[in-house]
Write a protein that binds this ligand. Structure first.
Ligand code: NAI
Length: 801
């Protein structure tokens, strides 16, 4: 007789297909051909393209390629709905979001099946993860809609939001974007990915049935060209994008100078770090979730396995054994682990990158279990012998491909983990809590999971550092992306622009500085030099520029900085960055107070200098100095209070949201007011642990150069603030382009803003660029500046039972 143990050996899974009848009935009801969903109704289908089921390559439906006029109609509908939607009471909007959450739950099975058919991901995942999380996002944001007036006091919607999403989590990405946008009172035009538009169309139709007012959510389908039309549409006030870094850069450039708010969630090459004391069986399951979940098509996939040398062989052996048990098959089969890759072109890309890995000397291991012979399938894959500089270690593969490398010490693990242009997520595995919490702050990543991976929740922000983009989705931090201070709409910016033009006509001082008068710096002279690494430095050019008063008389000279001076300044700022970022808020507060105090001691001298340079009255000059002192005190006050949060997530854990400095920040201060404008830009940055390379007012730089001695006598460590004088927009552009500058702040002209935002696209640095208002006033919402000066890192740690 056969024994039970033997039966277990020979037992196999039978097929367990989920029915696709309901989804097919929905498609059939639309004759499998769709227009856009605009102003609460379907448009007549235009020129269409096919949407396929990637597990069979069979066509599922035809959707319309959105044209410029389709985008126009959708933006018009969203604009038309804007006023009424924003005027609903927070409670009324909350009820709509709640209705959407209930609607998703009610139709969960239909959504799960349709998503699985369209994307190729296993029904197990859409049913247990994607769709429940979609509902969770609408519930969570129904809450923010309700709490808006108290929790976001003084803030209102941005207006019409254009959203462009990728194909890897089609409905979940919709929820991440639509829920906060609507909660904040915006209206939306969303373009789903061309591979996976169906669940967004179903959502819009059901949302209308659930009572969402017409025009509040509009869906326009199409490819990149449709996306580009949405990005460049002048009636759109904000763009939120998730997708490749390559397209993120295009969008950054396309929106430069437009005043559109922008958030970008881009690619990643996230490290999965295993220390020698980790629980290896848990690690193996972690790797399965990190890279074989959703066929590895996850922006934050732990795709680089970094293993401490001593346990490498043992872990690889365990992983290979586990890979053999992963089942790849039809997405609607409830018993499979991995489904299909989204489209033939993505499959080709994965194949090509794997072939490249072998050419570059890595060893490929693939599970021997069968993969369906038709459709877009790719087996779980593991590369060993991977060199950290090789293509597969650096490029986002976006497939079920793990690349393994080793390290010897924790320091080496951090260096290896951060050896990427990206900074989206990281996962670290150790039984030593001290080690985990020592490493987490050192990782350049927006999300860190301790002994876990790929955990997401609506209450915790998600988003990247570096070329993984900027902005957060989820949690309170994500809501800010869809809000503006009341009255600070793009329309009000137009008012600023007009006011500026008026001011130009009646200017006290020439707006555009006249041709600078340059002269060589003598050996012994009284020219204000540059301030680099805590020392006064002669400019590389050897020239100084004459600083004139209103009547054109020379009141002093300032060094004429150039590209080389900026390079030195950036280097000095980096040298100071680590120490300053890890110093305590208390220390930074003390130093800012001290700067304020020392400025106060020399208030008369500073006021006199301002009067001479700018022609300000005695009262005006004294007031500017007083405000600058107050600004130092105010940010000193904040330095030890800009706390993070602990998000309660529905797991056995918490997400610790830490406010981290961005790093080295380039600053172009406004022309006027020269002292207050300068101080109010650098103070929030240094209060939060950034180091700065600042270009002071071009017309009146001596207000800033006089600060050198204040800094020196206030214990400000060398390199925390570096100052380079000269032609501010020319120097600003160099800083905006610089790959080692991590964020960039600018106050100046409209043309200058465009130039700077364009230049910043190289390394996707986060920018904060404003047109200087008429009265030269600097932004006074300190919390807004502190948010700009920091980025939130969410560290998920096990907590509680
Ligand atoms: P993609 O970035 O081209 O597409 C994402 C979305 O952007 C789609 O809706 C697309 O239609 C739209 N789009 C494309 N060009 C546009 C433009 N010029 N202006 C506005 N919208 C535009 O990503 P794609 O081609 O689907 O995938 C290519 C690679 O990108 C993948 O292999 C993967 O490495 C990466 N990727 C990363 C994602 C992430 O979440 N990090 C998501 C999707 C792709």
């Amino acid at each position: 007789m056969t024994r039970v143990a033997e039966l277990f050996q020979s037992m196999d899974y039978g097929p367990a297909p989920e029915s696709d009848a309901e989804a097919r009935a929905w498609l059939a009801a639309h004759e499998a051909t769709f227009g856009h969903f605009v102003a609460g109704k379907w448009t007549t289908p235009g020129k269409t393209f096919a949407v396929i089921d990637p597990s069979t390559n069979a066509p599922l439906a035809k959707v319309t390629q959105g044209t410029v006029s389709d985008v126009e109609a959708a933006v018009k509908a969203a604009r038309g709905a804007c006023g009424k939607w924003a005027k609903l009471t927070p409670h009324q909007r909350a009820r709509h979001l709640y209705a959407l959450a209930r609607m998703v739950q009610k139709h969960a099975r239909l959504f799960a099946v349709l998503e699985s058919m369209d994307n190729g991901k296993p029904i197990r995942e859409t049913r247990d993860l994607d769709i429940p999380l979609v509902a969770r996002h609408f519930y969570h944001h129904a809450g923010w809609a309700q709490l808006l007036p108290t929790e976001f006091l003084g803030y209102g919607p941005v207006g019409v939001v254009g959203q462009i999403i990728p194909w890897n989590f089609p409905l979940l990405m919709l929820a991440w974007k639509v829920a906060p946008a609507l909660a904040a009172g915006n209206t939306v035009v969303l373009k789903p990915a061309e591979f996976t538009p169906l669940s967004a169309l179903l959502f819009a139709e059901l949302a209308a049935q659930a009572g969402l007012p017409a025009g509040v959510l509009n869906i326009v389908t199409g490819d990149g060209a449709t996306g580009a039309a949405l990005v460049s549409h002048p009636g759109v006030d904000k763009i939120a994008f998730t997708g490749s870094t390559e397209v993120g850069k295009i969008i950054r450039k396309a929106t430069a100078g437009s005043g559109k708010k922008l958030s970008l969630e881009l690619g990643g090459k996230s490290p999965f770090i295993v220390y020698e004391d980790a629980d290896l069986d848990a690690v193996v399951e972690g790797v399965v979730d990190a890279i074989w979940f959703n066929q590895g098509q996850v922006c934050c996939a732990g795709s680089r396995l970094l293993v401490q040398e001593g346990i490498h062989d043992r872990l690889i052996e365990k992983l290979r054994a586990r890979m053999e048990t992963l089942r790849v098959g039809r997405p609607l089969d409830k018993g499979i682990d991995m489904g299909a890759i989204v489209a033939p072109e993505q499959l080709e890309r994965i194949r090509a990158l794997c072939a490249q890995g072998e050419v570059e000397g890595a060893t490929r291991y693939q599970a021997t279990s069968a993969v369906p012979s038709t459709g877009c399938f790719f087996p779980p894959t593991l590369f060993t012998n991977v060199s950290p500089a090789s293509t597969i270690a650096q490029v986002e593969i976006f497939g079920p491909v793990m690349v393994a490398m080793t390290f010897r010490t924790p320091e080496e693990s951090v260096a290896l983990a951060n050896n990427t242009v990206y900074g989206l997520a990281a996962s670290l595995w150790t039984e030593n809590i001290n080690l985990a919490l020592d490493i987490a702050p050192k990782l350049k990543a927006g999300v860190v999971w301790v002994n876990a991976t790929n955990l997401f929740d609506a209450a915790a922000g998600f988003g990247g550092y570096r070329e993984s983009g900027f902005g957060r989705e989820g949690g309170k931090e994500g809501m800010w992306e869809y809000l503006l201070p009341e009255g600070a709409t793009r329309a009000s910016e137009a008012t600023v622009r007009r006011a500026r033009e008026e001011k130009r006509a009646t200017a006290r001082a020439p707006e555009t500085p006249r041709e600078p008068v340059l002269s060589p710096i003598e050996q012994v002279d009284r020219t204000a030099k540059l301030f680099i690494g805590g020392k006064q430095a002669r400019p590389d050019s050897g020239y100084s520029r004459a600083i004139l008063d209103l009547k054109g008389r020379i009141v002093g000279e300032a060094g004429e900085g150039n590209r080389k001076d900026l390079r030195n300044a950036v280097e000095a700022a980096h040298a100071a960055a680590k120490g300053w970022a890890t110093s305590t808020g208390h220390l930074r507060a003390q130093i800012l107070y001290y700067i304020g105090e020392n400025l106060s001691a020399r208030a008369d001298e500073f006021a006199a200098r301002l009067r001479t340079m700018t022609g300000a009255s005695g009262r005006e000059a004294t007031r500017e100095v007083e405000q600058s002192i107050e600004c130092c005190f105010a940010y000193a006050a904040w330095a030890d209070k800009w706390d993070g949060a602990v998000h309660q997530v529905p797991f056995r854990g918490v997400a610790i949201a830490m406010q981290e400095p961005i790093g080295v920040v380039g600053v172009v201060a406004p022309s006027e007011p020269p002292l207050l404008g300068f101080v109010s830009m650098i103070a929030p940055l240094i209060a939060t642990g950034n180091t700065v390379v600042a270009i002071p007012s071009e017309a009146h730089p001596l207000a800033a150069t006089d600060l050198y001695t204040v800094f020196e006598s206030s214990d400000l460590p060398g390199g925390v603030v570096n100052i380079v004088t000269g032609a501010s927009e020319v120097l600003g552009q160099v800083l905006a382009e610089h790959d080692d500058v991590e964020a960039f702040w600018f106050m100046g002209t409209e043309a200058g803003r465009r130039t700077m935002e364009l230049a910043s696209a190289g390394n996707m640095k986060r920018t904060f660029c404003r047109i200087t208002p008429r009265d030269g006033s600097v932004p006074d919402d300190m919390r807004a500046l502190l948010r700009e000066a920091t980025q939130v890192k969410n560290i998920w740690v096990p907590y509680g039972a």
